[in-house]
Design a protein around this ligand. Structure first.
Ligand code: SAM
Ligand code: SF4
Length: 358
């Protein structure tokens, strides 16, 4: 794969702008988008080294002292829920590597929104260790799971993730299928000459596990900066390939979801495509991100971060809730109408995907 040079953008200091409102008001940006979804990255560490996400060696890990504690995550989540966040999606890195993962789920699941409604707790995982911990996660309040699996071929899996752990991932998917958690979603990044001949097999695999398959267009977020637009597999190509096997009909009513969906032969099964590059869905984006080291981000592709650590660690007490709310509002106020990855001047964020939280 030929690499294109990408300049790493420096971390930009926090801007002073602040979205309208105060603690307890919804998080509405200057384009009218109401934010309801917070992606919470629990660690930048991972049990795999997927080529599109992490380097094989020499990754610069986040400082251990800057990783948010359980109490800090809970505190941020309480303020976010008061401001109208209804879904917390736990991610990473690999969220199941976090030793206190069950307690994180339990604490967040106990949070309620402004009218006392429970929040929704979801997780994106590579599935390794899932079989072991899933009963405890469900007991703690986990409601939904997305599991990543790019190939069903053991050698390919080893090449792609640089680890020989396909069996562990399959065990995790089997455990998820046997659990009551639905909808269950399986994610694959579609890659040319890597897994683009497996798209139909992956959909059939998902169906046989009571899951929905979703294909993701590869995005310029790999730590190695090797993304090459001319080689990426597009949504159109994915749909063309699947159309040779099924009749696809678009499912209406996407409602801000990243995946556009199609029924297979009239349903009930569906397939999803997350086409961030060729069909961006920024106009309906309701997501914010919290990195494992306490940085709020308003977009995967942004180079601006809003640092919660000084607020969390300087005051040591309750008055900081207004500070957390203020930082959430600044982050929302700074959100641009869309990402700029199709702009020739686009600068890839300094963090790799594992340190942002997908
Ligand atoms: N480790 C977990 C996993 O793999 O599901 C959670 C974190 S991972 C960063 C979240 C999602 O981001 C995965 O579905 C992964 O395939 C996707 N992802 C990572 N790098 C990507 C890239 N460069 N382009 C598109 N998707 C990517
Ligand atoms: Fe790990 Fe997930 Fe990144 Fe793969 S995509 S290296 S499993 S964080």
């Amino acid at each position: 794969m030929s690499a294109i040079p990408v300049t790493i953008a420096p971390r930009v200091p926090q801007p002073a702008a602040r979205a309208a409102g105060a603690l307890g008001d919804p998080l509405v940006d200057t384009h009218g988008r109401v934010h309801r979804d917070l992606r919470v990255s629990l660690t930048d560490r991972c049990s795999l080294r997927c080529t599109y996400c992490m380097p094989e060696q020499g990754n610069e890990w986040l400082a251990k002292t800057s990783i948010l504690t359980l109490d800090e995550i809970e505190r941020i989540a309480r303020v976010a829920a008061a401001d109208g966040i209804t879904t917390f999606r736990l991610t990473g890195g690999e969220p199941l590597l976090r030793a206190d993962i069950v307690e994180v789920v339990r604490r967040l699941a106990a949070i309620t929104g402004p009218s006392g409604e429970p929040v929704d707790i979801a997780m994106t995982t590579n599935g390794i260790r899932l079989g072991e911990v899933l009963p405890d996660l469900v007991d703690a309040g986990l409601r939904r799971l997305n599991i990543s699996i790019d190939t069903l071929n053991r050698e390919r899996f080893r090449d792609l993730t640089r680890r020989d752990r396909l069996d562990d991932v399959l065990d995790g998917i089997a455990a998820a299928a046997a659990s009551g958690l639905r909808p269950l979603k399986l994610n694959a990044v579609a890659m040319r000459d890597v897994n683009d001949d497996e798209l139909v097999d992956l959909v059939e695999f998902a169906i046989s596990h009571g899951a929905q398959m979703r294909f993701i267009e590869q995005m310029p977020l790999d730590a190695g900066h090797t993304w090459d637009r001319s080689r990426m597999v597009t949504q159109d190509e994915i749909l063309r390939t699947l159309s040779a096997r099924w009749t696809l009909e678009p499912v209406p009513g996407r409602a801000g979801a990243p995946a556009a969906r199609w029924t297979l032969d009239g349903g009930p099964h569906t397939v999803g495509v997350i086409a961030s590059v060729t069909a961006p869905f920024c106009g309906d984006c309701d997501r914010l991100r919290l990195t494992a080291d306490g940085q709020l981000r308003n977009c995967l592709f942004s180079s601006t971060e809003y640092d919660l650590l000084p607020i969390l660690r300087a005051d040591g007490g309750a008055p900081g809730d207004e500070g957390i709310d203020g930082m959430l509002r600044s982050c929302v106020a700074g959100k641009l109408p869309g990402h700029a990855i199709n702009d020739p001047a686009f600068l890839q964020p300094a963090r790799g995907m594992n340190a942002i939280g997908g």
